[in-house]
Design a protein around this ligand. Structure first.
Ligand SMILES: Cc1cc2nc3c(=O)[nH]c(=O)nc-3n(C[C@H](O)[C@H](O)[C@H](O)COP(=O)(O)O)c2cc1C
Length: 313
């Protein structure tokens, strides 16, 4: 069977700058540890790639517990970027992760622009890291995080600094907690980003009415899961129309049709987050659904679907 053979199976491979993925399905940062934690539940080689939990230079303990509260069709979390630090990741996790034959995208964090650049430099020097996702959008830390992702000048400056520090594809992760996401997508593109991830969690607050205290120790948290999907699809659609670089859609994906919504809205790839906690083996089902869709719609490859939304209807 050749690629031109009309009976050839449709291709799920996608390109994000210099990054080639065997399929457009990525495990989202913070919902699969460093990948190895879910390796006994899902064959990692069947994923396009995994995005690691956020990594700073040093190890961090994260927030006090409780750090998770369930909400209708969603999850509110304030983990606070607990992690082992980039050096421990490179020394003790990466060698074992490489054996799994999937793209490894490091989620880069920092309290300062210099820290972002240094984490990016150390990750880039390590064999087996395929791209960098720049976390400028975490709502659950007191310093850095969302502050970088809600100011277009700071967004530009941190992305430009990481760009200078690394030759790997640079993928800033946008915050949805802004009025106009296109301003931030453009700032990333102008600073040399290869793509943008769209989006991180929405700032939320859940209250225990008996104690009249927040349910989370940190106070506010980030909302994820199916509850945010229409918001994230809308932002993906807006960002895709504003920039030429690829978009990675994220937010509440729980089935093939959910992934298809993001792709049709303009995403080139997608990430699955909260669903990893309840259904980490969802990927095979989504992949089969994507293949079935391409066959039914007579499309030869998944990239042909990106941005085909007919709007207005
Ligand atoms: C428990 C938890 C931890 C997360 N940790 C990170 C993180 O370390 N870095 C990051 O960029 N995003 C983090 N996120 C955000 C997710 O990667 C994703 O953007 C968000 O959850 C929306 O996708 P979903 O609705 O599929 O979960 C985290 C989300 C959850 C639920």
């Amino acid at each position: 069977m050749t690629p031109d053979d009309p009976a050839a199976a449709p291709s799920l491979g996608v390109r994000i700058g210099a990054l080639t993925l065997k399929n457009p399905l990525l495990a989202a940062s913070g919902t699969c540890g460093y990948g190895l934690e879910i390796a006994h539940l899902v064959d990692l080689s069947t994923l396009g790639g995994i995005v690691t939990k956020g990594l700073y230079l040093a190890a961090r303990d994260g927030c006090e517990v409780p750090r998770i509260a369930e909400t209708p069709a969603g999850l509110l979390n304030a983990i606070g970027l607990q992690g082992i630090g980039i050096r421990a990741f490179v020394e003790s996790v990466l060698p074992r992760l490489q054996a799994h034959n999937t793209a490894v995208i490091v989620n880069v964090c920092g309290e300062t622009i210099e820290e972002y650049a240094e984490v990016a430099r150390l990750a880039s020097q390590a064999p087996g890291v395929h791209a960098l996702e720049i976390n400028i959008s975490c709502p659950n830390v007191k310093t850095g995080g969302i502050a970088f992702g809600t100011d277009p000048v700071m967004t530009h400056d941190v992305v430009a600094a990481v760009r200078r520090a690394s030759r790997l594809p640079v993928i800033p992760k946008l915050s949805p907690n802004v009025t106009d996401i296109t301003v931030f997508a453009r700032a990333c593109e102008e600073a040399g980003a290869d793509a943008v991830s769209c989006v991180n969690t929405f700032l939320g607050l859940a209250i225990d009415v008996e104690s009249r205290k927040p349910k989370l120790a940190f106070g506010t948290g980030g909302l994820s899961g199916p509850a945010i999907r229409p918001l994230a699809v809308r932002m993906t659609w807006q960002a895709a129309r504003a920039v030429k670089i690829p978009i990675i859609g994220i937010g509440g994906i729980a089935a093939a049709n959910d992934a298809l919504e993001f792709l049709i809205a303009g995403a080139t790839a997608v990430q699955v987050g909260t669903l990893n906690f309840s259904r980490p083996n969802i990927y095979a089902e989504i992949e089969a659904g994507l293949r079935d869709y391409l066959t039914r719609h007579d499309l030869k490859n998944i990239q042909a679907l990106s941005g085909t939304l007919q709007y207005p209807r």
